[in-house]
Each structure stands twice: as structure tokens, then as C-alpha cells.
Unconditional design. Structure first.
Length: 342
């Protein structure tokens, strides 16, 4: 498979789509439906029996299409909610993630356009509402929702997250490993460590050599959600754990399908960024956002102008600095030998 790269797009043509991580907006914002998107959801076939539903797409920025002049938020990129995987089996359908609550009807129509088989299970990749916002509706439809235990806690607002939504909490949870067997198909749910959050789940389709990564992988800067136990250092270790699996297709939390080489490149960029942040902490660079962003040199990592760059800068930089400072302070020799331990 050819490795696909994001390209800046014309807001009107949307020739090459890029995506947004909406992070953890407040409940008042979550209750507001978006205005009409610029492009509807799309369905892409990944492999036989495996599809991804993307969109809907908007030219508005990370804050979403809200207010009297939403186009003022446009940043030249196309944004979308989390990608949903559809795994079709002879006995029913397994979904991975379910987008925002107000997108349920369109999502279910897209699933019906793929197959007449009924939905049986919905698996969650992580707690952010652009991926699990429709959990409550899915449960009301009679579809069982399954998630990693930490993820369920995060939906319930435990540990400092900004959600507290009992109606959306999965009723079935697992620890490090879970599996479903439906229609002769095995689907594995893997907790490989902290990264984007403390409950990130990789959904692995061993028969197809494909994996859905949630927002642990995307075509953009990594958003480290420290409110939910995210970690830059653990993220690297988690990606090395992922690389031990046998796969050739990667469905990210937002964006196009990638290959395994993309994962290798992404973790190398992350290691470089970690080294740069640690170097600034060691030198005593103050926790000033502009100076830290400049020192990270996001341009040469390809992360200076992506769907998730603003979210990373606004919500991750301070915690990122604190994480590296804590590692340095805890090291007896003042070194960081375990910075990128695999």
C-alpha cells in the first residue's frame, strides 16, 4: 500500500481531506449540534469485509462550525469527527467508534449502505466524544458497547476528565486484552499502554492484518490528553508495542488508511520531539508556550500546520513540559536514559 500524506486543501474542493481532534470540549459545547457540514460522510473499502466511514467534513477550525460567522474559524484544512470502522461478518456487524451524538442517523444510514447485516457490537477506541459521543444512542438501539476499563472510567468523569455521562458508559469492559468472535471472525481489543489517554484501545483484525488505532495515530501532531492520563513518554513505548503486531493496514482515529511504515516514521518523529522537550527542560527554558513551540521545531516534523496542531499547543504543551521535568527530577544522575525506552 502506498503511504498517503496529507496535503493542504482548498476549502471548496476538499481535494485532499485532513482532520481534527476535538479534544475535550465542555458539556455546553458538546450539547450544540454543528451547522450543516460542507461534505457528508463517506464510505471507503479497506479490505474485503472491512470499511471506514469518515466525515462529515467541515472547513471550520478546531472549535467547530458554531456561531453567526463560522467561516471565520476556517483554517484552510478539512476537519472531521473520528473514523468509524465497519467489520462485516456473516452473523452481524462490529463497529469501532460512533462519532458525535447528533451524527447517529447519518452514521447508521451509511452502515446500511454497506450491508444489510445488523449491528451487534460497538467497540470504543478512547473516551473523546467525537469517537464515543453516540454510545448512549447505540445502547438504546440495543447494540452492546465494549471498552477498556480505563476508558469507561474516563467517560464517567473519573480522574479529572471533563465527561460524566453514565448513559454512555459501556456495560462490558476488559483490562489488557479482549476478543470477539462473530460469524467466524475474530476481533481483538488490545490495551498496549498509555498514549493519547490512559484508555487507548487498538482494535486488531488478525485475519485481515489491519488495525484501528484511535487517536494514537493520525496525520498530524499528537494531542496528549494529560487530563485523562496521556503521556508522551508512554506513547512512544505503546507504539513500539503496536509494531510487534502483524499488520499492513492502519486505520487512524482521523484520516486516510496508512501502512506500517507510517507507524515507524511517526514514532521516530515522536522520539525526536521528546528529546527536544527534554533538552529545553534540562537547559532551564521557562514554561513559556511560544518558546517551547519554537524549540520543538514542529516544521521539520511536519506537524506545524495540521488538524491537531492547535489542540496540541493549547492543551498539551504545559503538561508535556511538566512530564519531562518530573522525569529529570526523579533521575538520580539528572539524566534521561529511559526517555525513549522501547
Amino acid at each position: 500500500m502506498t503511504l498517503l500524506r496529507r496535503q493542504p486543501v482548498s476549502p471548496l474542493l476538499g481535494a485532499a481531506i485532513v482532520f481534527v481532534i476535538l479534544g475535550f470540549p465542555t458539556k455546553s459545547v458538546l450539547a450544540q449540534p454543528l451547522l450543516a457540514p460542507d461534505q457528508p460522510m463517506t464510505v471507503d473499502k479497506v479490505k474485503e469485509g472491512l470499511y471506514v466511514i469518515r466525515g462529515p467534513f467541515s472547513i471550520c477550525g478546531p472549535q467547530g462550525c458554531r456561531g453567526s460567522s463560522p467561516k471565520a474559524l476556517a483554517d484552510g484544512l478539512m476537519h472531521e469527527a473520528g473514523d468509524v470502522v465497519v467489520r462485516v461478518t456473516p452473523d452481524g456487524v462490529i463497529l469501532v467508534d460512533d462519532k458525535f451524538p447528533w451524527q447517529v442517523d447519518e452514521l447508521l444510514e451509511k452502515v446500511k449502505s454497506i450491508t444489510s447485516q445488523p449491528i451487534k457490537y460497538v467497540l470504543n477506541s478512547h473516551y473523546h466524544q467525537d469517537h464515543t459521543g453516540a454510545n448512549a444512542a447505540m445502547l438504546e438501539h440495543g447494540f452492546e458497547v465494549i471498552a477498556q476499563r480505563n476508558l469507561r472510567d474516563e467517560i464517567l468523569g473519573k480522574g479529572g476528565t471533563m465527561r460524566n455521562e453514565p448513559a454512555a458508559a459501556p456495560r462490558i469492559v476488559f483490562g489488557d486484552f479482549g476478543a470477539l468472535y462473530l460469524g467466524g471472525v475474530e476481533v481483538q481489543m488490545l490495551y498496549l499502554g498509555r498514549a493519547h489517554t490512559s484508555g487507548d484501545t487498538f482494535v486488531y483484525f488478525p485475519d485481515l492484518k489491519a488495525v484501528h488505532t484511535g487517536d494514537v495515530l493520525m496525520d498530524g501532531a499528537p494531542f496528549i490528553d494529560y487530563r485523562a492520563g496521556g503521556s508522551a513518554l508512554e506513547w512512544v513505548k505503546t507504539l513500539y508495542n503496536l509494531l510487534k503486531l502483524d499488520f499492513d493496514s492502519v486505520i487512524p482515529g482521523h484520516g486516510q488508511v496508512f501502512n506500517k511504515q507510517y507507524v515507524r516514521e511517526y514514532v521516530q518523529k515522536f522520539e525526536t520531539m521528546n528529546q527536544r522537550m527534554m533538552a529545553m527542560v534540562r537547559k532551564g527554558v521557562p514554561k513559556d508556550r511560544d518558546r517551547l513551540v519554537a524549540g520543538l521545531k514542529l516544521d521539520d516534523l511536519g506537524w506545524a500546520h495540521t488538524d491537531s496542531t492547535d489542540t496540541f499547543i493549547e492543551n498539551s504543551i504545559n503538561g508535556y513540559y511538566d512530564e519531562m521535568a518530573a522525569v529529570l527530577a526523579a533521575s538520580p544522575s539528572g539524566t534521561d536514559r529511559n526517555l525513549n525506552a522501547k
